[in-house]
Design a protein around this ligand. Structure first.
Ligand SMILES: [Zn+2]
Length: 460
């Protein structure tokens, strides 16, 4: 079995976050047809190493004080890794840290990556744990210096050598191939567009040949979700068809999931991408409002969402996609509950005359005095009950904070998203948008996250 040139890599760092923390040590074991070469190097992180990290790795501030900065060893590291399969334990961590350090040094770094956690999980699914200590015990690996870069890189190399003995060659080759397979990107899409996608929550837009997006989607993990679109094993032809048309990807990172949902819904309404079929425009969105004509006599009236205003949202039922859907729903309810079509305004009948539905035994006869109007009103309210608009649970606007973003809402409407307290108060001065069904649904699931504005202003 032949594998390409390999580099077993391990890093020590000042912490766990690739964008904020820095590398303190690099260990590389190079393996190729010329044999095995080991290399390691302390790196001055340019930032203090905490006591906790110092105790874990044994790398102290004093040890790295005279060490070179990453940019001073960047060329050497690159030369050692270039053209090799990059193998690391929890490789996303090491690869992410190196990419960030190279970026800071003004260089671009890419490699084909093999993660030995994933490899172990695939080859030995019967075991629950695949951390380095578990592998040491399970495969009887010899420890030289645990938690130092070269020591851990050697352990990964040893694990790799054990696999040559413990696993059938074809199975190992197949598994490595599957784990290192690049997604089959459409011909016109630059692979770099994928590498640079944010990992966290947000919205992505797929573009084809022209300026109108083909598709807008959202995810808690943008990169993972976008990659899933290009996975080779699509069952759905429609999804495959979409993936093949993509030429350009745009991403908007958001502070969290609510922000992603709000952005997605707004962009779909605004841009109407041809591959988004679920959400519809809601320009004619409307409600049934029950109005008390006389004491105990409630009649439904159609209320367009744009007339909803800032008033109390009592006796509102909906939203319905349009007047047509509202009337159809009311007609169905009238049939089911034997309500009077005349009183509901579904039929024009002279006062005192029976409605057509009554002639068909489908109305209890409220129109001809067989049932008191107040009884009819009560039955109407009950019939509409399941369509009732949830009352806005606060006296005024409320907000949800996600990371740096603060989303402000009033009566189920998204007033906007702010990044500072000043921005937040500007949002209150702008006239609110029309009630929107998507925002309403998003918020119904997020009521627990909302904080009333007056009671507790978010610190910005
Ligand atoms: Zn009737």
């Amino acid at each position: 079995m032949s594998f390409p040139a390999l580099a077993f890599v391990d890093l020590e760092t000042t912490g766990a976050t690739a964008t904020a923390d820095r590398i303190t040590e690099i260990g590389i074991v190079e393996v190729d047809e010329n044999g095995v070469r080991e290399w390691s190097c302390l790196v001055n992180p340019g930032t203090p190493i905490s006591g906790f990290i110092e105790r874990l790795t044994g790398i102290s501030n004093a040890m790295v004080a005279a060490a070179p900065a990453f940019e001073d060893v960047a060329e050497e590291v690159k030369a050692r890794l270039e053209g090799r399969l990059f193998i690391a334990h929890n490789a996303r961590f090491d690869y992410g840290f190196l990419k960030n350090e190279f970026r800071r040094a003004g260089q671009d770094f890419r490699a084909t990556v093999l993660c030995t956690v994933k490899l172990s999980r695939k080859l030995f699914p019967q075991h629950a744990k695949h951390n380095l200590d578990s592998l040491i015990e399970r495969h009887d690996l010899t420890v030289s210096s645990r938690h130092r870069a070269l020591g851990d890189a050697r352990l990964i190399h040893q694990f790799w050598r054990r696999l040559q003995a413990e696993v059938a060659p074809e199975l190992l080759a197949q598994t490595v191939k599957a784990l290192t397979a690049r997604p089959s990107l459409p011909a016109g899409l630059d692979p770099a567009a994928i590498d640079d996608l944010p990992e966290g929550p947000g919205v992505y837009l797929f573009y084809g040949e022209n300026e109108l997006p083909l598709y807008v989607g959202k995810s808690k993990e943008l990169k993972k979700r976008v990659l899933a679109h290009f996975a080779a094993d699509h069952a759905a032809a429609r999804e495959m068809n979409l993936a093949q048309q993509v030429r350009r990807i745009e991403c908007i990172a958001t502070g969290g999931e609510i922000g992603a949902l709000l952005r997605e819904a707004a962009l779909i309404k605004q841009l109407q991408p041809i591959h988004n079929r679920v959400l519809r425009r809601n320009e004619e969105l409307c409600f049934w409002q029950l109005i008390e004509l006389r004491a105990g006599e409630w009649r439904p009236a159609l209320l367009p969402a744009s007339d909803l205003g800032n008033g109390q949202q009592k006796h509102l039922y909906g939203p319905f996609k349009g007047a047509k859907e509202a009337k159809r729903t009311l007609t169905e309810l009238a049939k089911e509950h034997r309500l009077c079509h005349s009183l509901l305004g579904l039929e024009r009948v002279k006062p005192g005359k029976p409605c057509f539905a009554h002639q068909l035994q489908q109305c209890k006869g409220t129109c001809v005095g067989k049932e008191p109007v107040s009884f009819h009103s009560a039955r109407l309210m009950a019939a509409l009950g399941r369509h009732q608009l949830s009352p806005w649970p606060f006296a005024g606007p409320a907000w949800i904070r996600e990371g740096e973003e603060v989303h402000l809402f009033d009566r189920w409407r998204h007033l906007g998203t702010a990044f500072s307290e000043a921005d937040l108060h500007e949002l209150l001065d702008v006239s609110p948008p029309t009630f929107d069904r998507d925002t309403y649904r998003i918020l119904l699931k997020a009521i627990d996250l909302m904080v009333p504005l007056a009671a507790n202003r978010p610190r910005a």
